[in-house]
Design a protein around this ligand. Structure first.
Ligand code: ADP
Ligand code: MG
Ligand code: MG
Length: 947
């Protein structure tokens, strides 16, 4: 136990790898930052020497806040090794080694855990350093930073306590910038800061370097369980038991004068993906100054002019790092008296657009293969590419109207329109409680603001650069963002913003363009981008198709949706809901007429049919017909036929069906044309009939009022309608007379639909389109239902084709959305030629939840309390509902090996559910048109990750 290794020097990364096994595990052990500091050291990049305390130590420490046995000794031993390399000694007044203490978990968690710089400085070592460097300004600047960071990060003193001292001192001296302060100023402020520590804590700022180091390491360990870090992990789905590593590293100084500096950069543009260095730097500054956005930074290209040699070396190193990691890197560097040091590298966070461009470019550059490129892009990135933007013409117009409010750095692309709020809490409240579209406006943001930023549609700040906190967070979560719009002056007290001669008060509307970095007053129209113009995305999606087994089909009811979906790459229609067409205004009266008369008409039809059947089979009520009973049946049949003839209801019923038939035929024709050559699954009528009629309450109110007022006009129609609604009333209509049950009780509706479908398909086929209709019968629960409905509908299909003298392939199948159907799939597959999982209903009935009630009353509580991991209507429940699917596919294919299986619920657009569909062997998933590109990528991910 005591000889366990808790600490690795950066140059012991081989050893760490040997122990951990693979690189993923090295990252788990040393954290991402530590692992990459080791890796950079290994490949010869200049990294200041240091060592990493493992995440395992952090986890053990959490038990009772004590360092694990042996850890501290190893820290000290490693410190000796670092001293050796650096040629300085920790705590030595004549030649002191200073170090930073940096957190670093396996996943990068920007800004969540705090770094302390300049550890090892105290009154004694400060003197020694002045002696050595002859630069008192630098030493006291560093010292006051240590006191401030140590005070706030380690001791928990509010940062303002220090900032206020600095601000009032600057105000008193009437200087603007930190760089205007000299050695004496910083010396004075160091003392002031020490006094703040004393006042706030009741003890002196610790002078012993080892004590500083010990407390700093503990603070990093403790920050793993700080609120900010925990919140972030929850949101990003990072497990709590990973722990964070601590990196102790020799300080290099960017604040030693104008030949020194510090910066951050991306190896490519994280907004557009363009291959050029992107970032900013500051001369004569240390670490956090750049990220914090407190001083206005220079773009990295400027470094080429200021220090050409350093810039060239920087270019070479970053190129090296990209080639080594095969990915775009986000690096931190410091220049100390003209010497370049790398302090961090990691794979760079990027926008959707950049992710796609970088992936495609890297394939073309030979850095990665197509599969890897496909995996590099998150399906949700594709979704973001379809998000709204402002039309350039509208922007032009707004500019000409003098509506430009501010311009700054285009930190995270996309357009947003919303109402302005000046703090995170209000922004969140307005978004969540009032349902407003919110733009959060701040001078700059801090980790505590993240909840407001996530609730906002857009973020606008007056300070900070492309790598400031606001920019990084916004890019990560895909929120449009403009930073550093320095023409704005924000008055947080008065809750207003003045800029470009305009005043914006809280609650006013603005439009933000994160792609151009501009903000406009008022609301600009949003447009949805055209996928076909996005060449790189199209290429990537083609590569995705090459690497998938699952096809992506679309849920589309209208030709326009079908055409769009086809251009998005859909390979068929998985669900056309025929009843949508019934809701159209000019059709509804006919639909009403059909429904109102269905019951009475069907009663008469049934009587006549029963009598006819009796004569055909020669049996009546179970007994063979005698001469006498035959006569009786014949007489009754004649009577029934007369009743049918004379019935108004029957007449009206068929009149309505006759009107609807050609209309439906027209609907379907357009789909066959649009989907030329591809399968089109049309679902026969599914919802309960009352959905097509006005609400019971409304009708009752109308009828009652008309009666009271004595209005006669139209009263009778309303009464008839009300009567029908009352008769159709069910206590649980979702489980009542609908789907295939309607097909059994009122068979003429589905007959009409099948006729319409085949007439349309025949017509299209005659015009030369390749049609492939698949008729989907909803809500089967028992094989006998299907046996009763399907053969008869198939007969209609055949007779239409014979009438029209055309022939094409078609299928009849059913939805699997009732658990019993899934459980008896073997039987069902004897009749059905395809299955389509209706996972919405399957989830409702499998869980016994009514979706609307569940989402309104308890589902969010369930998810909140962790009773369910996620909303099962969004992400398919693999264990329960998924098991039904798995069984259905297996037993269905045992009976019918070529059984076509798909899914048409909302889950068809959800990446995790898509992966599951891949795993159970579906042929396709079907989703809404805008999700098709997302689903194509998810289908490829599922295939690549699982093969
Ligand atoms: P974060 O994860 O918040 O970026 P870091 O540990 O990377 O925290 O450090 C914060 C800042 O301090 C960065 O700008 C980093 O480059 C700088 N820094 C960290 N260690 C050193 C060091 N040894 N010498 C100089 N600058 C350092
Ligand atoms: Mg960093
Ligand atoms: Mg259903």
């Amino acid at each position: 136990m005591s000889d366990k290794k808790w600490v690795y020097l950066f140059d012991q990364v081989d050893e760490a790898e040997e122990r951990a096994g693979d690189w993923e595990s090295v990252r788990g052990l040393l954290g991402g930052k530590g692992a990459n500091l080791g890796e950079m050291t290994r490949i010869g990049v200049p990294v200041p020497p240091g060592f990493t305390v493992t995440t395992e130590a952090c986890i053990v420490y959490q038990d009772d806040q004590i360092f694990p046995e042996g850890m501290w000794d190893q820290v000290m031993a490693s410190m000796r090794a670092v001293e050796e390399k650096a040629g300085k000694k920790f705590g030595d007044p004549t030649n002191p080694l200073l170090v930073s203490c940096r957190s670093g978990a396996k996943m990068s968690m920007p800004g969540m855990m705090d770094t302390v710089l300049n550890i090892g400085l105290n009154d004694e070592t400060a003197k020694g350093m002045i002696e050595l460097t002859q630069n008192a300004r630098f030493v006291f600047d560093s010292y006051r930073r240590l006191v401030q960071m140590f005070g706030s990060v380690v001791l928990g003193i509010p940062d303002e306590a220090f900032e206020d001292e600095l601000d009032s001192y600057k105000a008193a001296k009437s200087v603007q910038s930190d760089t205007d302060l000299d050695a004496e100023d910083w010396k004075y402020l160091t003392e002031k800061f020490k006094a703040v520590v004393k006042k706030e804590m009741g003890f002196d700022f610790p002078q012993e370097p080892e004590k500083q180091l010990e407390l700093a390491i503990k603070a990093v360990f403790n920050s793993w369980n700080g609120k900010r870090a925990v919140d972030y992990r929850r949101r990003a789905g990072i497990p709590d038991d990973l722990g964070t590593a601590v990196n102790i590293q020799t300080m290099v100084f960017g604040n030693m004068g104008w030949d020194s500096g510090t910066g951050v950069a991306f190896t490519r543009d994280p907004g557009s993906g363009e291959k050029k260095l992107y970032g900013d730097f500051l001369l004569n500054a240390q670490g956090e100054d750049v990220v914090a956005g407190i001083r206005n930074t220079e773009p990295i290209s400027q470094l080429a002019d200021e220090m050409p040699d350093v810039y060239r070396q920087f270019e070479e190193i970053t190129l090296n790092l990209e080639n080594h990691y095969h990915d775009m890197q986000d690096v931190e560097f410091t220049i100390e008296k003209g010497k370049l040091w790398m302090l961090q590298t990691r794979s760079g966070k990027r926008t959707a657009k950049a992710a796609i461009k970088v992936a495609v470019d890297m394939v073309n550059e030979g850095l990665i293969d197509r599969k890897e490129a496909v995996l590099r892009v998150d399906p949700e990135h594709v979704d973001q590419m379809l998000h709204p933007q402002f039309d350039p013409e509208i922007v032009e117009e707004a500019r000409n109207d003098n509506r430009l409010l501010a311009s700054g750095v285009n930190a995270s692309p996309g357009a947003a329109v919303g109402q302005v709020y000046f703090d995170a809490d209000t922004a969140e409240k307005m978004a969540h409680e009032e349902g407003q579209d919110v733009i959060m406006v701040r001078p700059f943001t801090k980790p505590d603001d993240v909840h407001g930023m996530l609730a906002a549609k857009g973020i606008l700040t007056s300070e900070g650069g492309a790598t400031s906190h606001a920019a990084v967070v916004a890019r990560q979560f895909g929120v449009p963002c403009v930073v550093g719009a320095s023409m704005m002056s924000i008055n947080l007290e008065k809750r207003e913003l003045r800029s470009n001669g305009k005043v914006i008060k809280e609650g006013d509307w603005i439009s933000l363009d994160g792609s151009s970095g501009e903000a406009y007053i008022g609301k600009l129209d949003l447009t949805t981008p055209d996928l076909e113009e996005q060449k790189e995305l199209m290429t990537l999606l083609d590569w995705a198709d090459e690497n998938s087994r699952l096809e992506v089909w679309v849920n589309a009811d209208y030709p326009a949706d079908a055409i769009r979906a086809r251009s998005f790459g859909a390979k068929g229609i998985g669900l056309c809901r025929t009843e949508h067409m019934f809701f159209e205004e000019e059709r509804l009266p006919h639909v009403e007429k059909m429904i109102i008369n269905a019951e009475e008409a069907q009663k008469l039809i049934d009587i006549a049919e029963r009598l006819e059947a009796s004569l055909e089979t020669g049996r009546f009520e179970g007994r063979p017909l005698t001469d006498e009973t035959r006569k009786m049946v014949e007489a009754e049949l004649a009577e029934a036929k007369a009743a049918l003839e004379g019935s108004k209801a029957v007449k009206a019923y068929y009149e309505a069906l006759d009107v609807l038939l050609p209309l439906q035929r027209g609907d379907f024709y357009g789909l066959f044309e649009a989907m030329d050559g591809l399968p089109v699954i049309i679902r026969l009528i599914d919802p309960p009939l009352h959905e097509f009629l006005p609400s019971q309450e409304d009708l009752l109110v109308d009828v009652t009022t008309m009666r009271l007022k004595g209005e006669k006009d139209g009263l009778e129609e309303k009464e008839i309608l009300l009567d029908a609604v009352n008769r159709l009333h069910e206590s649980n209509p979702m489980m009542g007379l609908r789907g295939i049950r309607l097909g059994i009780v009122y068979p003429d509706i589905m007959r009409m639909q099948v006729r319409a479908i085949f007439e349309a398909a025949s017509e299209a086929a005659q015009k030369g389109f390749v049609v492939y209709p698949e008729i989907m019968i909803p809500l089967t629960g028992h094989i006998n239902e299907l046996k009763s409905v399907q053969p008869e509908l198939e007969a209609i299909a055949k007779s239409v084709m014979a009438e029209k003298n055309v022939n094409f392939n078609y299928k009849f199948g059913t939805m699997i959305e009732i658990p019993r159907a899934a459980l008896t799939a073997g039987e069902i597959a004897e009749v059905a030629e395809f299955f389509s999982f209706g996972t919405n209903d399957l989830t409702q009935m499998g869980f016994g939840y009514s979706r609307d009630d569940a989402e309104r009353n308890f589902l969010f509580t369930y998810v909140d309390k962790g009773i369910l991991p996620v909303n099962p209507f969004q992400v398919l429940d693999r264990k329960g509902i998924g098991r039904l699917m798995e069984l259905a596919v297996k037993e269905g294919r045992e009976v019918r090996p070529d059984l076509e299986v798909g899914i048409c619920g909302e889950h068809g657009g959800d990446p995790s559910s898509i992966e599951f569909c891949h795993l159970v062997g579906n042929n396709y998933v079907s989703c809404s048109p805008f999700r098709v590109p997302v689903a194509r990528l998810a289908a490829a991910h599922a295939n690549i990750k699982n093969s």
